[in-house]
Design a protein around this ligand. Structure first.
Ligand code: BGC
Length: 511
C-alpha cells in the first residue's frame, strides 16, 4: 500500500564523524548562490512597475498603462513585451543549466558556482548602467546564465558535503538564501522607488552585484566535494577532504562507498543517454515532476505579483508593497521550520502537511476574492476581508516555505547516482525555469480569464502533487547519498525498475 512505501531510514547506514564547523562554513558560503536567484525574483516586479524605468525603456507600455481605465479588478493592464523581458532570464537559465552540468561534472562543483557568479555580476553591471533596451536584455540573459549555473551546482554541492543525517538541513540553506534574497530585494525596491530623479531602478538592478560578488569570491575558498574529487580521479585528496569535513580519521566506510559509486560512474561516457536507462527512471521522474509541481503550486504568482495582487484587493501603493514585504518575511522565517524538521520528521511529512495547508489557503483566498469581485471583477473589498486574505496568503507562503520550496531543490539533488547527478540536477533546473517562465508570462492573462477560479486551479494542482508524493516519493531522510538506489529497490512501485545488479557492487543494506 502506498502509505507503506516509507523505507526504514531510521536504521539506515550511518558513517562515523561529526558535523564540523568547516562543513557548516562551506555550506553557508555555497548557499550564497541562492542569494542571486532570490534577489532577482524579488527585484524585477518592482522595477518594471517604476514609471521612470518604463519611460526610459518601454515608453509605449507606459502610455498604454496610463490609458488603461478598466475597473475590472481581474484584468489589469498586461504587456507581453514587459513580461517577456522579465521572464527572458528564466529561458537563459534553462539553457545555461545544461552547459553547467558538464562544467560541474568535469571541472568540479565550485567552478560552476564561480562561473555563475562572474557572469551574474556582468549582468548586474550591464543592467545598472543600461542606456538602451539591448543593454537591458543582454544583461538579463547574463543574469539568467548566472542563475542557471548556480542553481545547477549549489544544491548538488550541499547534498554531497553534508553528512547523511543532516543533509536536508544543510541543503535548505540554499532555499533560505533564496528567501533572504527576495526579501532584501523587496525592501530595496521599496526604498529606491522613492528616489526623486528617476534613477532608483539603477540602484535596484545594480545592487544585484553584491550577492554576485559574495558567491564569486566565496566559491574561490570552497573545497571540492569528496564525491567530485573521486569522480575526477583524485582519490587521495578525496580521502583527506572527507577526514576534514567529517572531523575524524575513521572515514573508511564512507570513502569505500564513494569509490564504489565512482567505479560505476567511470563506465558512463554519456550521462544524458544514461539518464534514460530503466534503472534511472525513478530519479528522472523526480527531477521532472518535482520542479513542475513546485511551480504549479502557484507560489510565483505571489512572489512576482504580490504588489499587483495586494493593490487589486484594495491596498494602496505603499500598503501593497508593505504587505509584499510581510509575505517575504513569512517566507524567510518559515524556511527555518523546514531546516529544523526536515531531517527529523522527514521529507514526506513536510510535503504532505505543506500541501494540505496550501490547499486550504487557496480555497479561502479564492472564495473571499470571489465573494467580493464575483465573475465581473467589479466590487468593493472590505478591510476585514482584505486582512483575512493577507493572513491566508501568509499561511500559504509559510506552508510552501517549509515544503515545496526547499524540498523542490533538496529531493532532486539527493536522489541521483553520482554518474548522472549533475545531468539530473540540470534537468531539475531546466524544468523549474521553464514553468517559472510560463507562470511569469501567463499569470495576468490567466487571472483575467479564470478570475477567482485561478486560486482553485492551483489548488487542484496541489491535490494532484500531494497524491503524487503520497504514492511515489519515498522517504530519503538519513539515507547516504550514494546508497539511494536501495531506497528505490525497496519501494512498492519503483522496485520493478531496479535489478539486483543495479544496487551497486551488489551491496545490500546493512541491517
Ligand atoms: C522557487 C522559486 C520561488 C521561491 C520562493 C524557490 O524554491 O524555485 O520559484 O520564487 O522558492 O521562495
Amino acid at each position: 500500500m502506498a502509505g507503506g512505501v516509507i523505507v526504514d531510514t531510521s536504521g539506515g547506514k550511518e558513517y562515523p564523524g561529526k558535523v564540523t564547523a568547516y562543513v557548516i562554513f562551506a555550506s553557508i558560503v555555497a548557499a550564497f548562490g541562492g542569494l542571486i536567484f532570490g534577489y532577482d525574483i524579488g527585484i524585477s516586479g518592482g522595477v518594471t512597475s517604476m514609471d521612470s524605468f518604463l519611460l526610459d525603456f518601454f515608453p509605449s507600455v507606459y502610455q498604454k498603462a496610463k490609458l488603461d481605465t478598466s475597473t475590472n479588478q481581474y484584468c489589469k493592464f498586461d504587456s507581453a513585451l514587459l513580461t517577456l523581458f522579465t521572464s527572458s532570464l528564466y529561458l537563459a537559465a534553462l539553457v545555461a543549466s545544461v552547459c553547467a552540468s558538464t562544467v560541474t561534472r568535469v571541472a568540479g562543483r565550485k567552478w560552476s558556482m564561480f562561473g555563475g557568479g562572474v557572469v551574474f555580476l556582468g549582468g548586474a553591471l550591464l543592467n545598472g548602467a543600461a542606456t538602451n533596451v539591448s543593454m537591458l536584455i543582454i544583461g538579463r540573459i547574463l543574469l539568467g546564465v548566472g542563475v542557471g549555473f548556480a542553481n545547477q551546482s549549489v544544491p548538488v554541492y550541499l547534498s554531497e558535503m553534508a553528512p547523511a543525517r543532516l543533509r536536508g538541513m544543510l541543503n535548505i540553506l540554499f532555499q533560505l538564501m533564496i528567501t533572504i534574497g527576495i526579501v532584501i530585494a523587496n525592501l530595496i525596491n521599496y526604498g529606491t522607488a522613492k528616489i526623486a530623479g528617476g534613477w532608483g531602478w539603477r540602484v535596484s538592478l545594480g545592487l544585484a552585484g553584491v550577492p554576485a560578488i559574495m558567491i564569486t569570491v566565496g566559491s574561490l575558498f570552497l573545497p571540492d566535494t569528496p564525491n567530485s574529487l573521486i569522480e575526477r580521479g583524485h582519490p587521495h585528496e578525496a580521502k583527506e577532504m572527507l577526514k576534514r569535513i567529517r572531523g575524524t580519521e575513521d572515514v573508511g566506510a564512507e570513502y569505500e562507498d564513494l569509490v564504489a559509486a565512482s567505479e560505476e560512474a567511470k563506465q558512463i561516457k554519456h550521462p544524458w543517454r544514461n539518464i534514460l536507462e530503466k534503472r534511472n527512471r525513478p530519479p528522472l521522474t523526480m527531477s521532472i515532476c518535482i520542479p513542475f509541481f513546485q511551480q504549479l503550486t502557484g507560489i510565483n504568482v505571489i512572489m512576482f505579483y504580490a504588489p499587483v495582487l495586494f493593490k487589486t484587493i484594495g491596498f494602496g501603493d505603499d500598503a501593497s508593497l508593505m504587505s509584499a514585504v510581510i509575505t517575504g518575511l513569512v517566507n524567510v522565517v518559515a524556511t527555518f521550520v523546514s531546516i529544523i524538521m526536515v531531517d527529523r520528521a522527514g521529507r514526506r511529512f513536510l510535503f504532505l502537511q505543506g500541501g494540505t495547508q496550501m490547499l486550504a489557503c487557496q480555497i479561502i483566498v479564492g472564495a473571499l476574492i470571489g465573494s467580493v469581485f464575483g465573475t465581473t471583477g467589479e466590487g468593493e473589498m472590505t478591510k476585514v476581508k482584505a486582512v483575512f486574505i493577507v493572513i491566508a496568503i501568509c499561511f500559504y507562503v509559510a506552508a510552501f516555505a517549509w515544503s515545496w520550496g526547499p524540498l523542490g531543490w533538496l529531493v532532486p539533488s539527493e536522489v541521483f547516482p553520482l554518474e548522472i547527478r549533475s545531468a539530473g540536477q540540470s534537468m531539475n533546473v531546466s524544468v523549474n525555469m521553464l514553468f517559472t517562465f510560463f507562470i511569469g508570462q501567463l499569470f495576468l492573462k490567466m487571472l483575467c480569464t479564470m478570475k477567482f477560479g485561478l486560486f482553485f486551479f492551483f489548488g487542484g494542482w496541489v491535490i494532484i502533487m500531494t497524491i503524487f508524493v503520497y504514492m511515489f516519493v519515498p522517504e530519503t531522510k538519513g539515507v547516504p547519498i550514494e546508497e539511494m538506489v536501495l531506497v528505490w529497490k525497496q519501494h512498492w512501485f519503483w522496485s520493478k525498475y531496479i535489478s539486483d545488479e543495479d544496487t551497486h557492487v551488489g551491496k545490500k543494506p546493512k541491517a
